[in-house]
Design a protein around this ligand. Structure first.
Ligand code: AMP
Ligand code: MN
Ligand code: MN
Ligand code: MN
Length: 281
């Protein structure tokens, strides 16, 4: 008998802020029983060819993926794209434009830390970035943990790296329309990542999902690494209401650093329309 399908449509490699190279992410996923994996690095799809080569001899189907940083009414939101043509020029140019602001932002974050008496943070964070263009707050957190200031990245975020804290720098990301346009032009489907993590009111979440649906958005992560059972019930209700599909993804960044390992998630509620039905797999 075949093992049950196990879909994990959200995870990261060293191409963005994950701790393992793409081939090791794929090998780990296969070892944990994932049958269908999407590697979804932040704003970059450079890991997909290595991941595809690693998946080829394994009993694992690799789906092209990416997690695009956008903002909506000033709130940073993440949009996962799945199943697109990874050579599509419009998508590649769009991702290039999102990446281009990251180094500048990181330098400003370094200046903000220097201003409160913590020097060398930009250089320190950069030493953790496998890909300097994808310098992320996660790399700042790793550097500050390694320098002994905190035990865990989460504490660094709480004290320094979220809005209102001294290391946080406002940044202009892509718009919702842009990200949906790039993903759809490349033949992919668009999924709202980890909706339970955004600091917006219930009313704004409904307005966001309504706009997303009107612009042709496809799905929402209902089951994901950062969702509680209550989040799952809440977002299941919202996708039913808006007629959207549902996705499942761990958001794995690395052993010990992630809440949930690859594929180790509850199943989607049975009545929801799974996003994999929209993909040619
Ligand atoms: P950035 O894209 O540079 O704004 O960084 C966002 C990344 O930081 C996310 O993709 C996570 O990997 C990580 N992150 C965000 N919030 C937290 C948190 N509270 N604790 C740990 N990591 C976080
Ligand atoms: Mn990340
Ligand atoms: Mn995210
Ligand atoms: Mn992610």
């Amino acid at each position: 008998m075949l093992p049950p399908a196990n879909f994990d449509f959200h995870c990261h490699s060293t191409v963005s802020d994950g701790l393992l190279p793409p081939a090791q992410v794929v090998a780990r996923a296969a070892g944990l029983g994932v049958s269908h994996l999407a590697l979804t690095d932040h704003d970059d799809i450079d890991g997909l060819s290595e991941a595809a080569a690693a998946a080829a001899p394994l009993d694992l189907t690799l789906i092209n993926g990416v997690e695009i940083s956008i903002e909506w009414k000033g709130t940073p939101i993440h949009m996962v794209g799945l199943g697109f043509d990874r050579h599509h020029a419009g998508l590649l140019a769009g991702l290039d434009s999102v990446r281009s602001g990251r180094v500048e932002r990181a330098k400003r974050m370094g200046e903000a830390f220097a201003a409160i008496g913590i020097p060398g943070v930009f250089e320190g964070a950069m030493s953790y970035a496998g890909n300097p263009l994808l310098i992320s707050r996660a790399h700042f957190a790793r550097h500050l943990v390694a320098s002994g200031l905190f035990k865990e990245p989460r504490q660094v975020f709480d004290h320094y790296l979220v809005p209102g804290k001294p290391g946080y720098v406002e940044h202009r990301w892509a718009s919702l329309e842009d990200a949906l346009g790039w993903i759809h032009a490349a033949g992919g489907v668009a999924v709202v990542a980890h909706p339970g993590r955004y600091k917006i009111s219930n009313g704004d979440m409904r307005r966001f999902l309504s706009e997303f649906k009107d612009l042709g958005g496809d799905a929402v992560e209902v089951v994901c690494g950062s969702h509680s059972p209550d989040h799952v019930l809440h977002f299941a209700r919202l996708v039913r209401h808006f007629g959207l599909h549902a996705s499942r993804g761990s958001d794995f960044h690395g052993p010990k650093e992630s809440y949930v390992d690859l594929g180790c998630l509850p199943q989607l509620p049975e009545d929801l329309k799974p996003v994999w039905r929209l993909l040619d797999i």
